[in-house]
Design a protein around this ligand. Structure first.
Ligand code: HH2
Length: 269
């Protein structure tokens, strides 16, 4: 899954793809480099980011989404927590809603997803983007994230969403300290064992920067290390900025893991 942020303030690519032409060119390039899904987002969720209102999110998103849909053949997902935005994005061609609030942000989102049959990413986050990095706290992070995801699956299915629509995501960097992010990756198979496709969004994140001591745009090699572990432990989708490098990383690791006779969470990525 290639990231396309049409925001002025995203932590990695903010302000880079603000015109339709820039966004379309980047989407095409990601397709050429092997992206299987393009995730378009118009509201940053980096720690401390200011929320954007619905009309501004739509203004940024919809023209780009329509142009990208016409320019690429791969499925498009929309990174939003608002049902009204998701509805217009689906009408404009999105087939997955990437909801970082896991249906908690908007009471109308579950109904929309059930009615339209699109895919839905249910992601774990402790707190909100404004508060989440202030004091993240867990007893056992893997167990707590896992329990949360199972609760959200129950709520989603109770509202008429089919199991086949659901994708899970432990939410790297969303209300997690360094040790929590590392623990989630070290035990990533706990999530792939839940029986749903699992997405890992580690690309260029702060916990990688803390290890390699590099600024955002120099975290590609560090990201590849994290992607390799996630794919080895069964991640089905990796949400990344550097398509070519991460596609190659995932391809090599999944080929190796298919030869492992007794590995846990063998990938079918
Ligand atoms: N991470 C970001 C945004 N959306 N969605 C999912 N499902 N999983 C993630 O880990 C995830 C996500 C943050 O990264 P980015 O989009 O590059 O930055 P920003 O939120 O600042 O736009």
């Amino acid at each position: 899954m290639g990231v396309l942020n049409v925001t002025p303030d995203s932590f990695s690519d903010g302000g880079t793809y603000l015109t339709i032409e820039q966004a379309v060119n980047h989407a095409k390039q990601m397709q050429i480099e092997g992206a299987d899904i393009i995730d378009v987002g118009a509201e940053s969720s980096r720690p401390g980011a200011q929320p954007v209102d619905e009309s501004e999110e739509l203004r940024r998103l919809i023209p780009v989404l329509e142009a990208v849909r016409d320019a690429v053949a791969v499925p498009i997902s929309v990174d939003t927590t608002k049902a009204a935005v998701a509805r217009l994005a689906i009408q404009a061609g999105a087939v997955i809603v990437n909801d970082i609030s896991a249906l908690r942000g908007d009471p109308l989102m579950a109904e929309l997803v059930a009615e339209t049959g699109v895919g839905i990413v249910l992601m774990h986050m402790q707190g909100t983007p404004q508060t989440m990095q202030k004091a993240p706290r867990y007893g056992n992070v893997v167990e707590e994230v896992s329990r949360f995801l199972q609760e959200r699956i129950q709520i989603a299915t109770a509202k008429g969403i089919q199991s086949s629509q659901i994708i899970l995501d432990p939410g790297f960097g969303f209300g997690k300290l360094q040790e929590h992010n590392l623990q989630l990756l070290a035990e990533f198979e706990a999530f792939t064992k839940l029986g749903y496709p699992v997405l890992a969004g580690v690309s260029r994140k702060q916990f990688i920067g803390n290890l390699v001591r590099q600024p955002v745009h120099e975290r590609g090699y560090g990201t590849a290390g994290a992607i390799a572990v996630a794919v080895l432990k069964g991640a089905h989708i990796v949400r990344v900025h550097d398509i070519r490098a991460m596609k190659d990383t995932a391809t090599v690791v999944s080929a190796i893991s298919r030869h492992a006779r007794s590995s846990v969470g063998v990938s079918n990525a």
